[in-house]
Design a protein around this ligand. Sequence first.
Ligand SMILES: [Mg+2]
Length: 300
Amino acid sequence: MPVPLPALEDHPLKDAALQRATVLYTDLDGTLLARGARLLADAAGEPWLGTAEAIVALNRAGLTCVVCSGRNRWQLMEVSRLLGWDSYIAEVGCVIVPGRGEEPIYHTGSWGPDALHGDETPYEAITRVGALDVLARVFAGTIEEHAPWHLNREATHVLRGNVPLAQAQAALDTLSLPVRIVDNGIIHPPVHGLIDVDEVHAYHLIPDGVHKSDAIERDLTRRGLGRMDALAVGDSATDVEMADAVGLGVLVANALDDERVVESAAGRTNVAVTHGKRGEGWTELATAWLTARKSVQEPS
Ligand SMILES: [Mg+2]
């Protein structure tokens, strides 16, 4: 399939964006990590140190990486600690943790002050209004909770399956709280209970009005930085939205396996794609970023 988006190395914004940026917002699964959430592996899953070496080089250069993922904050806390990164954005932009040991900041989009009953979390409110029940009824056998990652969540639900997104959204639009379903990309669960589903996607049910891009805007404001001070990298339709909050949004090449990602990216002029998939693509971006930053600091 021809690549419909500009390659990172050819993108007209590449030099300006990479030279200026000091922060990278990065997705984890399918982007930084290979299948099975492995860091120490190439795109095909074979043992490889390239991504880890790129992380070390970025850390050494004093550049900031912030994980921005659909995973919950406990998972991101551990991953970020391992990699030497301080802040992270969990649950598709709903939970921002500004730094180690700091309290999370919650973001529930368009939900009003009466959306939550008593002490319930947004996660519990989504269950209460019947979001899981309606999807299970309308799309029986083709969507289910993404066990075991559906546990310990505060704001969003994570599901897996393959459903027509517009129809799923129409089913959710009958509920008493505005809940949006978003596609978080192709996944490869080792076991599942889906029936006749070949291409499995991760989906999130999130409070309407929350996007990863909003969370990035808030995080940049908190840092006293602007859009052109940041980059983003990911592999899914929710990651394409990150481009709206940064100078350049980068997709790793496996993102193009999903036609919905390509559709979403096609309307944006600040999206580039790497040659490499998963961690190899991430490393390609990291290497280009370091080279660009050095060219500014040590002009030849
Ligand atoms: Mg991903």
